[in-house]
Design a protein around this ligand. Structure first.
Ligand code: PEP
Ligand code: MN
Length: 338
């Protein structure tokens, strides 16, 4: 339920009602806005009805939250949330880019990747150390050794870094080396993992499952948010359709839809979304038009030699070209690149 207070209500009015909500065993939410104070009560609505909040002096209206997701919905939280990773911010007019190789391969490879990212003017380096590969015979990532290489490269170039966590038991190891945790497409509905990252204090990049609906993505984000971690960035990375010309079908509908329904920042990964290097730049530009708050781009100093996803990775020259084109699109969207 959303409880809208009358104009002119004060924080003490809100606190009084929040106490009542808490005493009834519901989860209280305090959301002061520019014009009105809005409160939330999450839990059994029959219990809330017994409180008769509509009869309180300070209350203007009590409305149900119609969507199945609550805390991540725009109904509950009107303003865009901003999530920062290092110097990069996502949301509310801020547009940022995370870039780097699919996998961390060697100390030298990630160092050269970091330099590429720095030289492009970006400040978040991505790189996988625990890789969710389709075949158990494919390169599985360097694990903690890889994270150490990436942390050293990030320090050298003053970058923040992000890497995927596949298992609850890897969270501490990752947290020691990275600034943000990525939940990959294959784990979007690993609910114990979602709850666990919800209980730690690093920002989380939540990628959409390849067969997940947008509602399922938002409910997955709700799992994280509900545990107390509100720093969540959603990522559209392509879904499985009948189309086989590209690796996935990048669902830009989802971006516009998510921006409408949720206050969380949304970024697009056109690398996995297409699986084809030549399509990455056009789809990155299209993502800006759809309302994305940023991008995740696979970039490698030598894509031909990459141990994973080389076919969709940009090299230094491509990355420069992408950024040059993006400037114009991001400015036209009224956003600031940072
Ligand atoms: C990745 O970002 O390297 C990755 C494995 O992506 P996804 O989970 O979207 O497949
Ligand atoms: Mn990849």
């Amino acid at each position: 339920m959303i409880i809208i207070l009358k104009a002119g209500s004060e924080e003490k009015d809100a606190q009084y009602i929040l106490e009542k909500i808490k005493d009834a065993g519901l989860e209280p939410l305090y959301m002061p806005g520019v014009e009105r104070i809005v409160l939330g009560a999450i839990g059994d609505e029959r219990v809330l009805a017994t409180l008769h909040l509509e009869s309180y002096e300070a209350v203007e209206d009590v409305r149900p939250v119609l969507s199945p997701y609550k805390l991540v919905s725009r109904e509950v939280h009107h303003q865009d949330s901003v999530v920062s990773i290092g110097k990069s911010s996502f949301g509310n007019g801020n547009f940022s880019i995370m870039a780097g190789p699919c996998s961390i391969e060697t100390a030298d490879q990630i160092e050269r990747s970091a330099k590429m990212v720095k030289d492009a003017g970006l400040s978040v380096l991505r790189g996988g150390a625990y890789k969710p590969r389709t075949s158990p015979y494919s390169f599985q990532g360097l694990g903690e050794e890889g994270l150490e290489y990436m942390a050293a490269a990030s320090r050298k170039y003053n970058l923040a870094c992000i890497s995927e966590v596949m298992d609850v038991h890897e969270i501490d190891t990752l947290s020691a080396h990275v600034d943000a945790l990525q939940i990959g497409a294959r784990n979007m509905q690993n609910y114990r993992l979602l709850q666990a990252v919800g209980q730690q204090d690093k920002p989380v990049l939540l990628k959409r499952g390849m067969s997940a609906s947008v509602e399922e993505l938002l409910l997955a984000a709700e799992y994280i948010y509900k545990e107390g971690n509100h720093r969540i960035i959603l990522c559209e990375r392509g879904i499985r359709t009948f189309e086989t010309a590209t690796r996935n079908t990048l669902d830009l509908n989802a971006v516009a839809y998510l921006k409408e329904k949720s206050h969380l920042p949304v970024i697009v990964d056109p690398s996995h979304g297409t699986g084809v290097r030549s399509l990455v730049i056009p789809m990155a530009l299209a993502a800006v038009g759809a309302g994305a708050d940023g991008l995740m781009i696979e970039a490698h100093p030598n894509p031909e030699q990459a141990l994973s996803d080389g076919q969709q990775s940009l090299d230094e020259e491509d990355l420069g070209r992408l950024l040059e084109k993006l400037q114009i699109f991001v400015a036209a969207a009224g956003k600031t690149m940072n």
